[in-house]
Structure formats: structure tokens, C-alpha cells
Design a protein around this ligand. Structure first.
Ligand SMILES: Cc1cc2nc3c(=O)[nH]c(=O)nc-3n(C[C@H](O)[C@H](O)[C@H](O)COP(=O)(O)O)c2cc1C
Length: 169
């Protein structure tokens, strides 16, 4: 499948099976994120792969959206992120989002699915995951093999049409 096909196949999966994600697949997903561009190549992004049952329980304290996943990726960025001098805009969230999106596509390419989770309590993440000290967390991705009911939601097919979405000037 080409990249566009992978993008069109991706959907937010909100129910995962118990089948564990193979380490080789996790390695490819991390590599997809690692090779992402970042502003001024500062590479402020870090990814945590949360797999052990006790740390999955920690995740459940941070968000209600874990969807029975046995592998949750957490994307964050440090103060190394570039700051644009004109308006002091910090690019950490942009950098982390690019890396996370590349990872998300590789997840689909590996026959797995994910959901981008922005609904989490950052204070609880800090408490339960002291490893993230010095980082701002952008996203959590429960990933895995879809369960039988892990199908696209009705919202998935609600997309603006080309005319509304884009403008030729
Ligand atoms: C920044 C961002 C945050 C999101 N946060 C959540 C979330 O906390 N929980 C959830 O179930 N889905 C979350 N989603 C998934 C969206 O609801 C989903 O992408 C959208 O409804 C379109 O459906 P699709 O991904 O299946 O195409 C988030 C998506 C993005 C891009």
C-alpha cells in the first residue's frame, strides 16, 4: 500500500484485542517517529513505550481512553524545542505532532491501529510517570490489533469535501 492508501485506511480504533504487539513492529513505529523532521533539527521529541501491566495501570489513572490496549505510546517534547524569535512561538508541539503522525501511519502500515488521545490529565502523567520530567506531553497513542468491535466510528467518514477544505488562489 502506498502512503496515501495508508492514510486513507487509518482510523481511530477504540477497542483493542489482547494480542500483544510484536517488538519488531514497535521498533518500526519508533523508527518512523525518529526520522521525522523538527524545527532547526533540535529533535526535542521523546517517545515512551508503555507496555508493562503495572505501567498500563498508571496510564489508566491519566486517561479514561486506553481502550484495552496493551501498548501505549506517549509523545512529549523538551525545552530544546526551537522558539521563533518574532513571536516567541515554541515549536515543541509541532515537532511532537509530526513525529506522532509518522508513527501513526506506520502503525496502520503494520496492520495495527491506534487512536490519538489528547484527553489526559498532564498533572497525573507527571505524578505517575516521573520519567517524563522536563517534557511536555503532546499525545498518548493506545495501539494494537483491533478487537472485533474496534471498527471506525460514524465520525470517521465525516470529512469536509475538497471544495470546502481547500482553495486554489
Ligand atoms: C489532537 C487530537 C486529539 C484527540 N483526542 C482524542 C481523545 O482524547 N479520545 C478519543 O477517543 N479520540 C481522540 N481523537 C480522535 C478523533 O476523535 C478522531 O481522529 C476524529 O473523530 C476522526 O475520526 P478518525 O480518526 O477515525 O478518522 C483525537 C484526535 C486528535 C487529532
Amino acid at each position: 500500500m502506498d502512503i496515501l492508501g495508508t492514510m486513507q485506511a487509518r482510523y481511530s480504533c477504540r477497542s483493542f484485542s489482547d494480542k500483544p504487539v510484536e517488538q519488531e513492529k514497535i521498533d518500526r513505529i519508533i523508527e518512523a517517529a525518529r526520522c521525522a523532521p523538527s524545527a532547526v533539527n533540535r529533535q526535542p521529541v521523546h517517545v515512551w513505550v508503555v507496555k508493562s501491566p503495572s505501567r498500563i495501570e498508571d496510564m489508566k489513572a491519566c486517561t479514561r481512553y486506553t481502550f484495552n490496549s496493551t501498548c501505549i505510546l506517549m509523545f512529549g517534547y523538551s525545552d530544546d524545542a526551537w522558539v521563533r524569535p518574532f513571536d516567541n512561538k515554541r515549536f515543541g508541539d509541532v515537532d511532537a505532532t509530526i513525529a506522532a503522525t509518522q508513527a501513526m501511519l506506520e502503525v496502520t502500515a503494520q496492520g495495527l491501529e491506534s487512536t490519538w488521545v489528547g484527553y489526559f490529565d498532564p498533572a497525573v502523567v507527571k505524578e505517575r510517570f516521573p520519567e517524563t520530567k522536563g517534557y511536555t506531553i503532546t499525545a498518548l497513542f493506545p495501539i494494537g490489533y483491533p478487537a472485533e468491535d474496534g471498527t471506525p466510528s460514524a465520525r470517521h467518514s465525516e470529512r469536509k469535501g475538497k471544495e470546502e477544505f481547500s482553495t486554489i488562489l
